[in-house]
Design a protein around this ligand. Sequence first.
Ligand SMILES: [Zn+2]
Ligand SMILES: [Zn+2]
Length: 351
Amino acid sequence: MRMFQVCTCGQPLQLNEKPTPEPKGTEVLLKIKAAGVCHSDIHIWDGYYELGGGKRMQLLERGIKLPLTMGHENVGEVVAVGPDAKGVKVGEIRLANPWIGCGECMVCRRGEENLCKTPKNLGVFSDGGYATHLVVPHPRHLFDIGSLTPVQAAPLACSGVTAYSALKKVSENLKDEPVVIMGAGGLGLMAISLHKAMGGKSVIMVDIDPAKREAALKAGAVAAIDGRAPDAAKQIIDATKGGAWSVIDFVGSSDTVKLGVDAITKGGKIIVVGLFGGDITISTPFFPMRAMTIQGSYVGSLPEMKELIELVGRTGVPQVPIRERPLEEVQEALDDLKAGKVIGRVVLTPA
Ligand SMILES: [Zn+2]
Ligand SMILES: [Zn+2]
């Protein structure tokens, strides 16, 4: 098999080869059909997250080992099945849930493998899909994509389930109040589409890039606000008729979280998803006085992945612009994403 690997953080990926693995135990071997390129790959590749105030969290100190094959949005064809892998057959096309825990702790048994303290996430803590082949440790992580094509389905594995899980965290107000979404990248556009599928009222998008605001309006947002405008908070308060009940922040910078705090109404909720990095100071009386919630959301759980696949099966494929590129162009795809040049999602397909 061939795989593009991070061998040194920040350096171009290297094309390496090794014998194609034989699946053992419950493992399933997929031949990759489609692998989405996600913004979090940029952080893994760089090797750190910005913590604000000049501090950084180094990923190599957090259990990520090099060389690593990134790629966590994968759909492939089952080409070999371990002796204990039940319910899966050679020839089936399956999406691989990458958010994999130990499978044994209480958190995993509740289905929240994405919160397991010993994560084995594909493309993050174990090898992912920027490759010809991928080993998935257990068939419970494989999902039938129905009538979707592999390229359409791949982004559901991260951007889809991440947007879905964030939207679920504000579901109490989704049908009656507009939701403010910060960041009109692949995740933001996915959220607009899923929000509609979930019966949401309307989306107000905030982004600093006019091209991305335009893409958001095209995707169905009712308003698109420049997050760098001096009166951005007031514009959000006006557009939500008195302040936002729900803000989903797919950027996660000091500026966006602060803008969210300034723009919510009493009882409002901010869901922080993005890993741009930074820090903020909040006056503690705001929490009780404004009955404010700031909650983090990390990808999605296995049950949420199942719900998402069912939702998309009922309501149709999310309308996110997708650009297909050959696997060999993975480096260019990452460079373009880092430079902010990608609208929607890039999905790689091996030859
Ligand atoms: Zn991702
Ligand atoms: Zn676990």
